[in-house]
Design a protein around this ligand. Structure first.
Ligand code: HDD
Length: 698
């Protein structure tokens, strides 16, 4: 019930002498809190009332402004790629590329260009989880001296569709279902597979989406791709076709599916936190930018169309030339102002770079500008600090919602002769250095006729899906087949799984059989293919496992300890792991820590219940005999060990802790070690050979 006597609350009440003045935040120059009109606020704790127990007064402009602003703090989330994490950084050029492009950022060796990169999941909402099976967005805004260049790609080099006309259908089908509002952030449901099973061009991408590429270990361990063919144009106007690639310094690494599922429960923000913490610790994520460059004659000789975004160019055919590196060295200061308000647009290109006729790219050129207007509420979104080019912007565009600038003078049109009369005439176009579109050759023989058609080679939907499948290791193939089984097992429309399997028969009979068997359905008749499927030479570059980097850099190793753990073993293990580049997380039953064998007390970095082993890349157990007995009766400890083993990680343990491994059903193999150098070496790997022992894959 109300207080008998009115009382003052702290801090900040008028008249208090001990008022806390923050050093940073919304305040005036002297550190005082103000309203958005700059009026100093005397009390930020109590609304204005008529008497201590009386009604709140409409007059309270401080309260009204605060609540009004709060009510409008959310903006519409992105229709796709709503959940993202971002960072600032720079691009550094290795060698001048002036022979193939006049783009300013590619002219001078060693030149650094500031940039902002945002990584995202596609299907889930802004508040969804980081580790669903999904494609990841990989968008980079380069603030070049000649304007912004946005390379808006994904972590997979091909796409589901060939023509932008199909994008709304794809997105409607994959997002939560229209009537029921679920599932969130996942493709394992009726409408997605109904659509996919009726869309043969999606086949190649489906294989990628069912592969481990769609369950990355970290945003720092993903490749990125510009996907479309672009053009680089040199000062003489000569064009070279290119595909863009990002190669992570830490190597490409993925989780296993069971691990990804459990990560959703263990830590919704697993990827976001990993990126943020690495940058905060000065361990700056790095990628190299590469290009595959080719000319029109080479393109014409290929059995696929380079304008088709469901096709890739094998790296064995055209090697990726590394041209520079991206370093992310600064976290955003404010998630909303930067990560949320950043507006990417594939149409943002600079002189020296140009589009190809890829029909998906052409549609994207319209969509992004349009969506930013609806998301950010104004055509002036380019004035937001995160979107502003870092070079002068001068034109005659005026007004609109939230115009932040105050253009001076009468000149808001062109041509004008105001300068002849001593007034400011405004900017003029620049034929010599301005952006000019590269003309190029006719895209097809009938150019000029209007038609709703696709080019002939676009009709081959299976050759590259087969190429991808054949390029995978046995373990990777088993993951793909099992992912198809998992996803289709969630589909209730009984006509859909047979349609998918019928299509997979065009990719590989064995894959189709394994999926049918996993689902327990009859093998359907092979689906008709629009064009003959050809066998391409397998491309080892498409496999994660064949290219895996054995390293502890950027990896996090969990070490389970308890009272009585051998002090020397814990200390030497920690030192050796850190020397090899790993982060070490000490996990203990209580966060307050443990008393080691020599009496030293150490704090835990994580409590056992809140730090399951899926958070780590490798796991070690250092326990006394007594603690081992206790841990054998603690479900979380048994699960910790069982999951590390099941997720194919190195698992080290000291002699006394062995009963815990036995209890968890751990079987001996190369990845099960002691807690010395053998563990440090093993921790840099995953043990895919173990998998058939721990789960039944399709
Ligand atoms: Fe898109 C966002 C990547 C096809 C329409 N897309 C968006 C983002 C990425 C991509 C990374 C998030 C950018 C950010 O972090 O803010 N999109 C792709 C790739 C595609 C692709 C790699 C195919 C190769 N997209 C695509 C098509 C269309 C769109 C064909 C429409 C015709 N995409 C959008 C959008 C989004 C978007 C609706 C949502 C939010 C935004 O743009 O800013 O306009």
């Amino acid at each position: 019930m109300g207080a008998d006597k009115p009382f003052e609350t702290t801090p900040g009440n008028a008249g208090e002498t001990h008022q806390h003045v923050p050093k940073k935040g919304p305040h005036d120059a002297d550190g005082h809190l103000t309203t958005n009109q700059g009026i100093r606020v005397s009390d930020n704790q109590n609304s204005l009332k008529s008497g201590a127990r009386g009604p709140t007064l409409l007059e309270d402009f401080v309260l009204r402004e605060k609540i009004f602003h709060f009510d409008h703090e959310r903006i519409p989330e992105r229709i796709v790629h709503a959940r993202g994490s971002a960072a600032h950084g720079y691009f550094e050029l290795y060698e001048s590329l002036s022979d193939i492009t006049s783009a300013d950022l590619f002219q001078r060796k060693g030149e650094k260009t500031p940039l902002f990169a945002r990584f995202s999941t596609v299907a889930g909402g802004a508040g969804s989880v980081d580790t669903p099976r999904d494609v990841r967005g990989f968008a980079v805004k380069f603030y070049t001296k000649e304007g912004n260049w946005d390379l808006v790609g994904n972590n997979i080099p091909v796409f589901f569709i060939q023509d932008a006309m199909k994008f709304p259908d794809l997105v409607h089908a994959v997002k939560m279902e229209a009537d029921r509002g679920y599932p969130q952030a996942g493709s394992a449901h009726d409408t997605f597979w109904d659509w996919a099973s009726l869309t043969p061009e999606s086949t190649h991408m489906l294989l990628w989406a069912m592969s481990d590429r769609a369950i990355p270990r970290s945003l720092r361990m993903m490749e990125g791709f510009g996907i479309h063919t672009f053009k680089l144009v040199n000062a003489k106007g000569k064009a070279t076709f290119v595909k863009f690639h990002w190669k992570p310094k830490l190597g490409v690494q993925s989780t296993v599916w069971d691990e990804a599922l459990k990560l959703q429960a263990a830590d919704n923000d697993y990827h976001r936190k990993d990126l943020h913490e690495a940058i905060a610790a000065g361990d700056f994520p790095e990628w190299e930018l590469g290009i595959q460059a080719f000319d029109e004659d080479w393109a014409d000789a290929q059995p696929y169309d380079v304008l088709d975004p469901t096709k890739l160019i094998p790296e064995e055919e055209i090697p990726v030339k590394l041209i520079g590196r991206m370093v992310l060295d600064r976290n955003p200061d404010n998630f909303f102002a930067e990560t949320e308000q950043v507006a990417f647009c594939p149409a943002n290109i600079v002189p020296g770079i140009d589009f190809s006729n890829d029909p998906l790219l052409q549609g994207r050129l319209f969509s992004y500008l349009d969506t930013q207007k609806s998301r950010l509420g104004t055509a002036n979104f380019h004035q937001l600090p995160i979107n502003q080019p870092k070079c002068p912007v001068m034109n005659f565009q005026r007004d609109g919602h939230m115009q932040m600038e105050v253009p001076k003078g009468r000149a808001n049109y062109e041509p004008n002769s105001l300068a002849d009369h001593g007034e400011e005439g405004g900017p003029r176009e620049c034929p010599a250095t301005g952006f000019t579109t590269h003309g190029g050759r006719a895209a097809n023989d009938e150019q000029g006729d209007k038609m709703r058609l696709r080019a002939e080679l676009f009709g081959d939907h299976f050759s590259q899906a087969r190429l991808f499948w054949k390029s995978q290791t046995d373990a990777e193939q088993a993951h793909i087949a099992s992912a198809f089984v998992f996803e289709l097992s969630k589909v209730g429309l009984e006509q859909v799984p047979p349609r998918v399997v019928a299509r997979l028969r065009n990719v590989d009979e064995d894959l189709a059989k394994r999926v049918a068997k996993g689902l327990g359905i009859e093998m359907p008749k092979k689906a008709k293919a629009a064009r003959k499927t050809i066998d391409m030479e397998p491309s080892p570059a498409l496999s994660i496992h064949k290219n895996m980097k054995e390293t502890l850099e950027g990896r996090n190793v969990g070490v389970l300890i308890a009272d009585g753990s051998d002090a020397k073993a814990v200390s030497s293990l920690t030192k050796a792991l850190e020397k090899a580049g790993a982060k070490v997380t000490l996990v203990a039953p209580k966060i307050a820590g443990v008393t080691l064998s020599d009496g030293t007390e150490v704090m835990a970095d994580g409590q056992l219940l809140g730090s399951p082993s899926q958070l780590f890349d490798a796991a070690a157990v250092v326990l006394s005999g007594e603690a081992t007995k206790a841990m054998c009766g603690e479900g979380a400890a048994v699960q910790w060990v069982m999951d590390a083993f099941g997720h194919l990680k190195a698992l080290g343990c000291n002699e006394d802790a062995k009963p815990l491994l036995e209890k968890a059903g751990v079987m001996a193999d190369d990845g099960v070690t002691g807690v010395g150098d053998d563990f440090v070496a093993a921790a840099a790997r995953r043990f895919y050979d173990r998998e058939p022992k721990v789960r039944m894959l399709a």
